[in-house]
Design a binder for this molecule. Structure first.
Ligand code: 5GP
Length: 357
């Protein structure tokens, strides 16, 4: 099949997004509009210049504060959730776990709790517009869930407060499904956040950790593996010894190809850890990371993977279906989504494992 046929297939494929930072999903045009509303033409020009600039890891971590400056209001957060889930649905994503770091913004009347409540309210409204595993009027419905992020800049107490907030909200709504550790990988020490992440586990919340984003951090990586998170993000700078240890754990890895290329974490996809994980049969979920910041979509990630790793349509389908197994969802809801995949397999003309589509 030619590249166009494969691109079309990747778009039509039902997909599951497990690693997407809410503020990183912001559309460029939305960010510029929010900046113009807040600070007029100079603020809009500042955003345009930043969006036109480089995207290495340093530059990304300089861009996020700009997004936060203009997007941390109740109305903007609701808009980010609505637009992210609409963009994902338009790309054929049927289920998405968005993650975000709760932020205090007293001048906007936002506490960390009300920040998350604003996100959850918008997500709940969006979810009401469709049905998990279903389609509304021929449109794909993307069902949203929330992972609460602990930022590596947080102190031990702050991280504990973040996890307690996640636990409280998870008791109030099934939309909160887990806890993440993210933020600038050059900052902080694992021992600072470990007690908070242990609390998440003790309270039954699954945890995903940004892992091995920088070289020379094998000891932190080892501590993270020993913690036994439910998933890991990136794993892009594992040294050979850490890679063997990772393979032995079978912990699913959220792989973000465009993000890793643009941040120059890896020079080519041929040397990307994903190639070796797939060869070893290690569980992998393809993800976008920051679709707005890196100007990507999940179908673009699947197309890249197909081309770089020589995957057939059937292999892509199984790859996508496999991601669903790693979602932080109860079995009943996974089963509804599996049903959706099986119907799609027949439509897409791919044979399913054990099926004859
Ligand atoms: P937010 O949590 O504000 O909704 O999303 C943006 C935040 O996600 C950033 O400030 C950063 O903490 C985190 N983030 C986004 N992309 C990456 C990434 O590639 N690596 C790490 N470690 N953190 C990221």
């Amino acid at each position: 099949m030619g590249p166009e046929g494969m691109a079309e297939f990747a778009r039509a494929l039902p997909k599951v997004e497990l690693h997407a930072h809410l503020n990183g999903c912001v559309r460029g045009a939305t960010l510029e509009e929010l900046a113009r509303e807040a600070g007029g033409a100079p603020a809009a020009a500042e955003v345009r210049a930043a969006l036109a600039g480089p995207r290495d890891l340093r530059a990304c971590f300089a861009l996020f504060p700009l997004v936060h400056r203009f997007a941390t209001t109740r109305a903007a957060l609701a808009r980010l959730v609505r637009e992210s889930l609409a963009d994902l649905a338009a790309d054929g994503v049927v289920y998405a776990e968005l993650r975000t770091t709760p932020k205090d913004r007293p001048e906007e009347g936002l506490s960390r709790r009300s920040y998350l409540e604003a996100v959850l309210r918008a997500m709940e409204e969006h979810n009401r517009s469709g049905r998990i595993g279903g389609a509304a009027g021929g449109r794909v419905h993307c069902e949203g869930r929330l992972i609460v992020s602990v930022d590596r800049r947080e102190s031990a107490d702050h991280a504990l407060a973040t996890v307690r907030l996640a636990v409280e909200l998870a008791a109030e709504t099934p939309l909160v499904v887990g806890v993440d550790l993210s933020g600038d990988p050059a900052v902080g020490e694992w021992s600072t956040w470990e007690p908070a992440l242990l609390l998440a586990h003790a309270k039954g919340l699954p945890v995903t950790l940004h892992f091995a984003e920088l070289p020379g951090r094998a000891s932190e990586g080892r501590s993270m593996l020993a913690f036994a998170p439910e998933r890991l993000g990136h794993a892009v700078r594992v040294d050979p010894a850490l890679e063997s240890e990772l393979l032995a754990t079978r912990i699913p890895v959220e792989v973000c190809l465009t993000s890793n290329l643009k941040t120059q974490s890896v020079a080519t996809l041929g040397e990307h850890v994903c190639a070796r994980l797939l060869r070893a049969g290690h569980p992998v979920a393809l993800c976008t990371d920051d679709s707005g910041v890196f100007d990507t979509t999940l179908s673009a990630e699947f197309l890249m993977a197909a081309e770089a790793f020589g995957l057939s349509r059937r292999a892509l389908f199984e790859f996508s279906l496999g991601s669903l197994e790693h979602a932080f969802l109860p079995e009943g809801l996974k089963e509804s989504l599996r049903g959706h995949f099986l119907v799609a397999a027949a439509r897409l003309g791919v044979a399913t494992p054990g099926g004859d589509a």
